[in-house]
Design a protein around this ligand. Structure first.
Ligand code: SAH
Ligand code: SF4
Ligand code: F3S
Length: 472
């Protein structure tokens, strides 16, 4: 993507002189898809005030770390990165230059002012619901010592302030439709870092989706912490007497009507919010990809209860049965946590049994990590690190075997691949299958940005390879 600089917009802002060369912006993104989306939006709103994205912090005028607080290690990485940035900032200062350092995202929200104290290299701290204020905060910072901390929770204000027009980088894009969480699973920081559940109005989402389609995007993934809890204001054009808010199934059918958008996905869903209308949409809407991320976390009802997930394993299994009936070609993925407080060997075995029974196309799995302020941290029966390590290894062995089996089961099938760009070898192309595996094959450059049929000839743990259908 090229970041065009709109001189007319820039001239209305107090920031740069139009004659100066573009300022260099480096953003490093940690964590989930929500942060990937936020980083893209941050770079889009900084373009009109003269910032151009580069891919190294060296020489950058503005460095933004868009951070994740989900597990302890994720948060620690930020401070070690800040140590490296400090050296670059000092070097730049000594050479007569200036570097502004901002910490955004979930660590910023969770730690707030503490970051400014612990890492004096940081100039600005802003949470996930305040990044629309960044241009204003940067301008104030350059004039005097303005506000350097923004951690309010006004998700509506943020989305109202962001422009509908998007400048996507490729042919597949994320679109945040819902943010925040009211579920309070006892292990999780998200309700504290992202705030309460908020759904964007349907009209706002459609405008953004149209802008993505107009910019050449063929695949949109609708994202949210609890994407299927979506309940946004119905469009102004909806017939009177209809419901005031729409659910995800209804939204998907509407987005699917946008010309140019060939594929839709949504993530992350919560088992409790998987309603009949959404299951029906999964069965009927051909643009929806046959791949669903539906985290189970654990197979033991005792642990699910302690986690406050709000469902039993049997309810999850029945739900999967209904979803698979509606969409037989569906593959599943999940997140798992091992070593939650109180997890016995028997509890863990239930997770293993659940994985064997359900069968996943792919999955993420983690050792439980105590997070400050969450109920899980204060629970009795914290599990030994060595036990967690051993359980995680067993679980991952099973999950990897399932993933390899699933990928191999696709050999001989012809799959539609969205071609995202060139591969490493000469004439090689790279794209994504309906199940999100990276897929390598040989083909013409003109296929980039298209969906082409590829017959799968080989499969590894993480990727597929094949030949263009009808090709050599
Ligand atoms: N909203 C999603 C998950 C968001 S966080 C859901 O409800 O499923 C992504 C994943 O990180 C979670 O599914 C969980 O498996 C993992 N996770 C969250 N907090 C964690 C913690 N304290 N320790 C280990 N893993 C955690
Ligand atoms: Fe975290 Fe649970 Fe909310 Fe997911 S549903 S974001 S795991 S609190
Ligand atoms: Fe991390 Fe925040 Fe996402 S804690 S997982 S970046 S919502």
């Amino acid at each position: 993507m090229s970041h065009t600089i709109h001189e007319d917009t820039a001239s209305t802002k107090p920031a740069p002189k139009a004659s100066t060369s573009p300022k260099k912006l480096f953003i490093k993104t940690y964590g989930c898809q929500m942060n990937v989306y936020d980083s893209e939006r941050i770079s889009e709103i900084l373009a009109p005030i003269g910032y151009e994205a580069i891919d190294t912090p060296k020489d950058a005028d503005l460095v933004i770390l868009n951070t994740c607080h989900i597990r302890e290690k994720a948060a620690e990485k930020v401070y070690s990165e800040l140590g490296r940035i400090r050296k670059l900032k000092t070097a730049k200062n000594e050479a007569g230059g200036k570097m502004t350092v901002a910490v955004a995202g979930c660590v910023a929200q969770a730690e707030g002012e503490e970051i400014l104290r612990r890492a004096p290299v940081v100039d600005l701290v802003l949470g996930p619901q305040t990044y629309h204020k960044l241009p204003e905060m940067i301008a104030k910072l350059s004039r005097s010592r303005g506000e350097n901390l923004a951690t309010e929770f006004d998700t509506k204000e943020k989305f109202d302030a962001l422009p509908a027009a998007r400048k996507p980088k490729g042919y597949a894009a994320f679109l945040t439709i819902q943010e925040g969480c009211d579920k309070f699973c006892t292990f999780c920081v998200v309700p504290y870092t992202r705030g309460a559940e908020f759904s964007r109005p349907v009209d706002q989402i459609i405008a953004e989706a149209r802008s993505l389609a107009a910019a050449g995007v063929r695949e949109i993934t609708l994202i949210g912490q609890n994407v299927n809890a979506y309940h946004g204001a119905a469009p102004r054009s909806a017939p009177p007497g209809g419901p005031a808010t729409w659910g995800l199934g209804q939204l998907i059918r509407h987005v699917a009507k946008i010309g140019g958008v060939e594929r839709l996905r949504f993530t992350t869903s919560h088992p409790r919010d998987m309603d009949d209308d959404l299951i029906e949409a999964l069965g009927q809407e051909s643009k929806l990809m046959p791949y669903l991320h539906l985290p189970l976390q654990a197979g033991s009802d005792r642990i699910l209860k302690a986690m406050n997930r709000g469902h039993t394993y049997e309810q999850y299994r029945d739900l999967i049965g209904r979803i698979r009936k509606a969409r037989p070609d569906l593959a599943l993925s999940s997140d798992f946590i091992v070593g939650f407080p109180g997890e016995s060997e028997l509890d863990f075995e239930r997770t293993m049994a659940a994985v064997r029974e359900i069968g996943y196309g792919s999955a993420f799995s983690f050792k439980y990590s105590v997070r400050p302020g969450t109920p899980g941290g204060a629970m009795h029966g914290q599990v030994d690190e060595a036990v967690k390590t051993e359980r995680l290894a067993r679980l991952q062995k099973l999950l990897v075997a399932q993933q390899e089996d699933f990928n191999k089961s696709l050999i001989g099938r012809t799959l539609p691949i969205l071609v995202e760009g060139t591969g490493k070898g000469a004439g090689e192309l790279f794209g994504r299958s309906p199940y999100l595996q990276g897929t390598h094959f040989t083909g013409p450059q003109s296929a980039i940005g298209q969906i082409v049929d590829v017959t799968i000839t080989d499969a590894g743990r993480n990727s597929l390879s094949g030949v263009l259908s009808g090709g050599p």
